[in-house]
Design a protein around this ligand. Structure first.
Ligand SMILES: NC(=O)c1ccc[n+]([C@@H]2O[C@H](COP(=O)([O-])OP(=O)(O)OC[C@H]3O[C@@H](n4cnc5c(N)ncnc54)[C@H](O)[C@@H]3O)[C@@H](O)[C@H]2O)c1
Length: 478
């Protein structure tokens, strides 16, 4: 069971003012050995060393607690009414949604700490994939942010499955809210092979359980804002409610958790998380908001636009790329848009600028003690065919010739179905959506065109099959 107890990161942030570096040695059970594709590691990618073809998976654990970061009275972070800034811990703050959110909250005068194991960057190295946009190291990102705005973001590098590490970060930072993005978030990744399925569920379920125990033990007033997914609900033939449904059965009526029909080991990990959080709220009086997020698109937010070193990641590959981002890159490089099966799969979508807004709204309006609140976090519904059509039209305007092909669906899912999901609670709290307009599509496409020389076309096609998943560890890149 070594993988249940990842190597302890000997971190004592409370007493350390200088950057503190320790080695965390992840067990091979955590990261199956897959041959590395060479060439994509830059000198900055110091998180693991190359020896032969197999990563040794030594991750450096650094708590960057500079003098400046310790200075909580930094004038730019004190709200204008003179009250103490609220502290938000962003777990997974080096990832796509987490980085944009950490910057947004810091800009809004929250005091922010990022907790991240950097495992997402390791997945890229292991699978030989890369973000379309060049992204700076987390250390350079945070330094750049500080130099541009004067605002400090604390950094705790470590794995939340390591309870001692997580406890230390909570005790040291004393957050008012924890925003938890820190999970393995790709359905195809969880369906590559047995070891990735096991990793996904261990990482996500145990990480979240640790967060719950840490809040209970060290920060019981803290509001947990947890990123769930609309995929937890599946595609039922009735309207999807926000978390709960009132049912009359045999003459009796009750309000019950909305049924969950997840369709990958990743989505199932989120269902398990939701159940564990609901139970912890009931049993221990923890306050939590589960944000069942739709598919996120876009790359720019006000903050990431400030400097190229703040640029966010943009995944387009068959494993981590989400539909609209992937279609834009395909259109930019002249690759046909790959619609899986009939293309009638309909889901909720939102702009990354709305992700950061929704999280801010959830934090500013916390759940009550003992309350397990569920918000459906998306702004519009599209089928895959709708998206292909929109990208084709936008591409034509830019002089691109865009074709669409139907490829065999690697997933097990309905390709034509009813879908109508409620999403009013965040709007009631004040969400002002950025809807997918022609101008946004133009700018997304232009962005993809700008970086098209970085596109590796071998990464585009789906190569993980829900039905063919096996026990043997797989390398997905040919
Ligand atoms: N991106 C989307 O379209 C989307 C849609 C719905 C829900 N979500 C949810 O939002 C969250 C963030 O998604 P994302 O796209 O930003 O993912 P991401 O992979 O870009 O970011 C996740 C971050 O969490 C970190 N992490 C993972 N496991 C960790 C652990 N055990 N300890 C510490 N750090 C850990 C990773 O290193 C990474 O930086 C996820 O929970 C995901 O399920 C995302």
């Amino acid at each position: 069971m070594a993988h249940f107890l990842p190597a302890y990161c000997n971190l004592n942030p409370a007493t350390s003012l200088k950057p503190h570096v320790e080695r965390v040695n992840y067990s091979s059970a955590y990261f199956p050995s897959v041959p590395l594709r060479p060439s994509r590691l830059s000198s900055k990618d110091s998180i693991f060393s190359k020896k032969g073809n197999t990563p040794r998976c030594n991750i450096f654990c650094a708590a960057t607690l500079s003098q400046e970061a310790q200075s909580l009275s930094n004038s730019s972070q004190v709200p204008s009414d003179g009250s103490k800034p609220k502290r938000v811990m962003v777990i997974g703050g080096d990832g796509y949604c987490g980085w944009a959110t950490a910057l947004h909250l810091s800009n809004k005068n929250y005091e922010v700490a990022i907790v991240d194991s950097l495992v997402r960057r390791l997945f890229d190295h292991q699978l030989g994939i890369d973000t379309l946009t060049p992204i700076a190291s987390i250390h350079d990102r945070i330094e750049r942010w500080k130099s541009l705005t004067g605002k400090s973001i604390k950094l705790y590098i470590g794995d939340i499955c390591d309870f001692e590490f997580l406890s230390e970060t909570l005790k040291s930072f004393e957050p008012d809210s924890v925003v938890h993005f820190g999970e393995q978030r790709s359905a195809p990744y969880s369906m590559i092979d047995r070891s990735r399925a096991v990793f996904t569920q261990q990482n996500n379920v145990i990480g979240t359980l640790n967060v719950l125990f840490a809040i209970k033990e060290f920060a019981e007033e803290c509001h947990l804002v947890k990123l769930g997914t609309m995929g937890e609900y599946g595609t039922p033939n009735i309207d999807i409610e926000e978390g709960y449904i009132t049912i009359t059965h045999n003459g009796r009526t009750d309000t019950l958790p909305y049924p969950k029909q997840a369709s990958s080991f990743y989505h199932l990990s989120k269902v398990h998380d939701s159940n564990n959080i609901a139970f912890a709220c009931k049993a221990w009086g923890i306050r939590a908001t589960d944000l069942n997020q739709g598919v996120v698109y876009g790359v720019r937010t006000d903050e990431t636009e400030m400097h190229e070193e703040l640029c966010n990641r943009f995944d387009y590959d068959g494993i981590f790329g989400t539909a609209l981002n992937r279609f834009c890159v395909q259109a930019a490089v002249g690759h046909p848009l790959t619609v899986y099966g009939k293309g009638g799969q309909t889901r909720g979508y939102l702009d990354i600028r709305d992700t950061v807004q929704c999280v801010e709204l959830a934090i500013a309006n916390p759940a009550k003690p003992g309350e397990f609140r569920v918000f459906n976090q998306f702004t519009e519904q599209f089928s895959v065919n709708d998206l292909a059509h929109l990208v084709t039209k936008a591409g034509e305007k830019l002089g691109l010739e865009v074709r669409t092909v139907s490829v065999p669906n690697p997933r097990v899912e309905a390709e034509e179905h009813y879908y109508n999901a409620k999403h009013t609670k965040l709007v009631e709290l004040g969400l002002q959506p950025h809807l997918l307009s022609d101008s946004l599509l133009d700018s997304l496409l232009n962005f993809a065109i700008q970086f098209k020389d970085r596109v590796d076309q071998k990464q585009i096609m789906p190569n993980v099959s829900w039905k063919k998943i096996g026990v043997k560890t797989r390398t997905v890149v040919s």
